[in-house]
Design a protein around this ligand. Structure first.
Ligand code: PEP
Ligand code: MN
Length: 355
């Protein structure tokens, strides 16, 4: 199977669905049957070996589950995919006839493991999907794909599943959309799909995250689907039934990726206005830094330190208090002011220490 071609054929809604973990033959068959009737699922996923953060959690049924997964796929005409994390997994999965392999986030973060898998796949023609590493490191993600490419694997797909953070207020794994966007820029020939299940860690936000990914030009989604989600042996709180998946997919809006000629006039006009504003912002920032330099000179001559924490605190809170009426989020205001402040400090530092 050429996975990349299939993804292209699906025109941005390639769907990977199936349980977090394969639990029994009956479970995976039930799920495959329900998924095959809605007609939208293109690839059946099922974890056989589960890399769990803490010991004593369910770590997957192991190789015994491979024929259940492959059998369910064959029975309901769905190609199947599973996660591999070492050579033994690769060998068993290939022997069992698994159609697509994927590298999990914890594996992508480990170049030794990735290299071992890449070496085991030399001369094998199989599609491989690579999840982002658990830490927000774009190069580690790209590096994993490069290791596979160097081993001759050409049918590669990336999966965005968010990044580990301590106590995120909203998500299990923070989406940091700027990273997959940078990935698209650097690895434009590798299709990328989104895994809202592991980003959200719950059911209620799946729709929103899936929609957002499509609006950012992702080419599909991977969503964990279980016949009895509440009773799932792993990731119960984020799994949904095949029926819920169908409603979620039906509610997704697939917007155009290319702007039509007749729409271009309006967009071009607005873009010109934005460019004018950006030009002004740039000029103002230049002027701001020029004044920061003057202050830097004055501080140098009078022996005053650069950082004036009280003044900075006042400035920050003044603009943060305008967050609501300005329509700018507190996070944005904070990040913007921090960047400007840091640049001013760098300027003053240069002025103070010249010569
Ligand atoms: C999974 O897909 O079930 C899984 C373990 O995902 P991740 O590697 O993204 O944590
Ligand atoms: Mn899972």
């Amino acid at each position: 199977m050429k996975l990349r071609e299939k993804i292209k054929e699906h025109k941005r809604l390639f769907v990977v669905a199936g349980p977090c973990s394969v639990e029994s033959q009956e479970q995976v068959e039930d799920i495959a049957k329900a998924l095959s009737t809605n007609g939208k699922t293109s690839l059946l996923r099922g974890g056989i070996w589960k890399p769990r953060t803490r010991p004593d959690s369910f770590e997957g049924v192991g190789a015994i589950g491979l024929p259940w997964l492959v059998g369910a796929g064959r029975k309901y005409k769905l190609p199947v995919a599973t996660e591999v994390a070492n050579i033994q997994h690769v060998e068993s999965a290939l022997k069992a006839g698994v159609d697509v392999l994927w590298l999990g986030a914890r594996t992508t973060a480990n170049p030794f493991a990735v290299q071992e898998i890449a070496d085991a796949l030399k001369g094998v023609s199989i599609p491989v999907m690579v999840k982002n590493p658990i830490n927000p490191d774009l190069n580690l993600w790209i590096g994993a794909l490069e290791r596979l490419q160097k081993a001759g694997i050409t049918d590669l797909v990336a999966i965005h599943r968010g990044f580990s953070v301590y106590n995120h207020p909203k998500y299990r794994n923070s989406p940091n959309w700027e990273i997959p966007i940078a990935f698209m820029e650097k690895m434009s020939d590798i299709p990328i799909i989104c895994d809202p299940s592991h980003i959200c860690g719950n059911r209620k936000d799946l729709q929103h995250v899936a929609q957002k990914s499509l609006d950012l030009n992702f080419e599909g989604v991977m969503i964990e689907t279980h016949n009895h989600p509440d009773k799932a042996w792993s990731d119960a709180q984020q799994q949904i039934t095949p029926e819920a998946l169908e409603s979620l997919l039906n509610a997704l809006v697939l917007r155009e990726t290319v702007i039509k000629k007749e729409e271009l006039d309006f967009i071009e006009l607005q873009r010109r206005k934005i460019t004018e504003i950006d030009d002004q912002v740039f000029e103002l920032l230049k002027e701001r830094m020029r004044i920061a330099d003057e202050i830097g000179n004055y501080k140098r001559e009078n022996g005053i330190v650069i950082l004036q924490a009280e003044h900075w605190k006042k400035t920050l809170s003044k603009y943060l208090s305008h967050s609501e009426d300005s329509g700018l989020s507190e996070g944005f205001i904070h990040a913007l002011l921090d960047a400007i402040h840091q640049e001013s400090i760098n300027h003053q530092n240069a002025v103070m220490n010249k010569g």
